[in-house]
Design a protein around this ligand. Structure first.
Ligand code: MV4
Length: 452
C-alpha cells in the first residue's frame, strides 16, 4: 500500500469461497486491508484459505451448514474482529436479513443497504419502481395474477405468447411461456406450484413474451451521495438453462446510440432506489433494439471481469471504497477494449453438462498477452461436489472482437486440465462457430448448438 492511500477498513471477512473469495483477497491486499477467509470442512485445502491473513472454519460441507449459516459467520466476524464483510456472489450476497444483522453487529456489509436489496428482490415491486422512474419495462399484468380467469383476460389484451413469472423469482425459476389460451390454466398452476416450492411465495405475474431476445446488462456504481454512473454493458446471451457460459463487453449488438440510452435508463433505475454500491441492471433487447428492464442484481457478478478489462477499472476496489463512504467520480465509463469471458466448469459438455467433481491431477493454465485467469484451483486440488461447478474464468482482452476471439482460442488450446471433465472443449468449438464469430446470437443460441 502506498503511503498516502487512506485505509477504508482494517479487516474484511469474506463470506464466500472459490475464485471470488480469492478475487476479493487480491484487491484487499492491494488496498492494505487484512482479510479473513471462512471455509467449510470440504474447503480446508482451498486457495482462499491459504491466501487470506486468517481463516476460520464455519461448519460442515453443505452450504446451509457453512456459507449460508449466519450465526456461524457472525461468530467468525466476532472472534477475528472484522470490521466489514464481503459477501461475493451467490450464498448471502442478496440476503437483506444478513445485511441487516451485520449492521446490527457493527460490521459493514460491503454492498447495498437491506432496503435497497429488498426493493429489487420482489420483481413486481421492482417493476413498479421502474415504471415510476421512466425505465422501459415489458408490458404485462402490472401486479399479481389473482386467478386463471384474470390471466386469460390479460393475455388476450397483451396478445400471445405471454410469460408467467414468479414475483419472488429471478434467474428463470417458476417461469412458464404460454403460446395460446388452451395452455394457460396448466401453466398458471404449475408456475404457482413451482414458485411456492422454490421461494415459499406463490405470487405470479404476466408479461408479453419477447421472442429471441438478447440479454444485455449494464454495470452501474452509485454512492451514498446520490451519484450514479454507468460502466459499459455485458452481453450474456450465451446461456444454457439460465446458466451463463460466456459473457463479453462490448455487446456485438450494441451501437453508440443504444449504449447512451441504455446507460441513461440504468442510471435512472439505480437512482430510483438510491443505490449505493456496484450493481447491474439486466435488460432484454429485442431484434428492433427495443430494451426492457428485467431485474437488478444488487451484488458483484461472476462476469464483472469483462467490465474491468474493457474499462481498466477495479470494481471490487470501487465497491469497498463506496461501502467505506467515499464518493465516486460520477463520470460514465465506455468500453475501450474488447473482452470475452469463458466460464470453465467441471462439467462434461459431451454429456449434457453433467457435473464432474473430483481431483485435478494435471493442470496447466494458459497465460500470455491479453489473458486473465481468475481461479482457485491448482494441481492436486479436489473439486468438492457440494457447490457450483465453476473452477475458473478465462478472460481474453484485445482491441477488437476478432482479436479477442483469436486470443481466447489460442489460450484454450494451451489449457490442460486432467482428472475431471471440463467445458473447455465447448468453448473451443464456440470460438470457431460462424454465428458466434459474426455476433449473430440470442438467448436461444445454445438450444440448437451441437457439440461435434
Ligand atoms: C423474459 C423472456 C422473454 N420475455 N421475459 C429468463 C430469466 C429471467 N431473468 C427472465 N428471463 C426471461 N424473461 C419476457 N417478457 C425471456 C427470458 C429468458 C432469458 C432471458 C435472459 C437470458 C436467457 C434467457 C433464456 C430463456 C428465457
Amino acid at each position: 500500500m502506498t503511503k498516502d492511500s487512506k485505509k477504508s477498513f482494517n479487516k474484511i471477512l469474506i463470506a464466500n469461497r472459490g475464485e471470488i473469495a480469492l478475487r476479493v483477497i487480491r484487491t484487499c491486499r492491494e488496498m492494505g486491508i487484512k482479510t479473513v477467509a471462512v471455509y467449510s470442512t470440504a474447503d480446508k485445502d482451498s486457495l482462499h484459505v491459504k491466501f487470506a491473513d486468517e481463516a476460520v472454519c464455519i461448519g460442515r460441507p453443505s452450504s446451509a451448514d457453512s456459507y449460508l449459516n449466519i450465526p456461524h459467520l457472525m461468530a467468525a466476524m466476532e472472534i477475528t474482529n472484522a470490521d466489514a464483510v464481503h459477501p461475493g456472489y451467490g450464498f448471502l450476497a442478496e440476503n437483506a436479513k444478513f445485511a441487516e444483522i451485520c449492521g446490527e453487529h457493527g460490521v459493514k456489509f460491503i454492498g447495498p443497504t437491506p432496503d435497497q436489496i429488498r426493493s429489487m428482490g420482489d420483481k413486481i415491486t421492482a417493476k413498479e419502481t421502474m415504471i415510476k422512474a421512466g425505465v422501459p419495462v415489458v408490458p404485462g399484468s402490472g401486479g399479481l395474477l389473482g386467478s386463471v380467469e384474470e390471466a386469460k383476460v390479460i393475455a388476450k389484451e397483451i396478445t400471445y405468447p405471454v410469460i408467467l413469472k414468479a414475483t419472488a423469482g429471478g434467474g428463470g425459476k417458476g417461469m412458464r411461456v404460454v403460446w395460446q389460451e388452451s395452455e394457460i390454466e396448466k401453466a398458471y398452476n404449475t408456475a404457482k406450484a413451482e414458485a411456492l416450492a422454490s421461494f415459499k411465495n406463490d405470487g405470479v405475474y404476466m408479461e408479453k413474451f419477447v421472442e429471441e431476445p438478447r440479454h444485455i446488462e449494464i454495470q452501474v456504481a452509485g454512492d451514498r451521495y446520490g451519484t450514479v454512473c454507468h460502466m459499459s454493458e455485458r452481453d450474456c446471451s450465451i446461456q444454457r438453462r439460465h446458466q451463463k457460459l460466456v459473457e463479453e463487453s462490448p455487446s456485438p449488438f450494441m451501437t453508440d446510440e443504444l449504449r447512451e440510452r441504455m446507460g441513461a435508463a440504468a442510471v435512472k433505475a439505480a437512482q430510483a432506489i438510491g443505490y449505493e454500491s456496484v450493481g447491474t441492471i439486466e435488460f432484454l433487447v429485442d431484434k428492433h433494439r427495443n430494451f426492457y428492464f428485467m431485474e437488478m442484481n444488487t451484488r458483484i457478478q461472476v462476469e464483472h471481469c469483462v467490465t474491468e478489462e474493457v474499462t481498466n477499472f477495479d470494481l471490487i476496489k470501487e465497491q469497498i471504497k463506496i461501502a467505506a463512504g467515499e464518493p465516486i467520480s460520477g463520470k460514465h465509463y465506455f468500453p475501450e477494449m474488447h473482452a470475452i469471458e469463458c466460464r470453465i466448469n467441471a462439467e462434461d459438455p459431451f454429456n449434457d453438462f453433467r457435473p464432474s467433481p473430483g481431483k485435478i491431477t494435471v493442470l496447466h493454465q494458459p497465460g500470455g498477452h491479453g489473458i486473465r485467469i481468475d481461479s482457485h484451483v491448482y494441481a492436486g486440488y479436489v473439486i468438492p461436489p457440494y457447490y457450483d461447478s465453476m473452477i475458473a474464468k478465462i478472460i481474453a482482452v484485445a482491441r477488437t472482437r476478432k482479436e479477442a476471439i483469436d486470443t481466447m482460442s489460442r489460450a484454450l488450446s494451451e489449457y490442460v486440465i486432467e482428472g475431471v471433465k471440463t467445458t473447455i472443449p465447448f468453448h473451443q468449438q464456440l470460438m470457431r462457430n460462424e454465428d458466434f464469430i459474426k455476433g449473430n446470437f440470442t438467448t436461444k443460441f445454445l438450444d440448437t448448438f451441437k457439440m461435434q
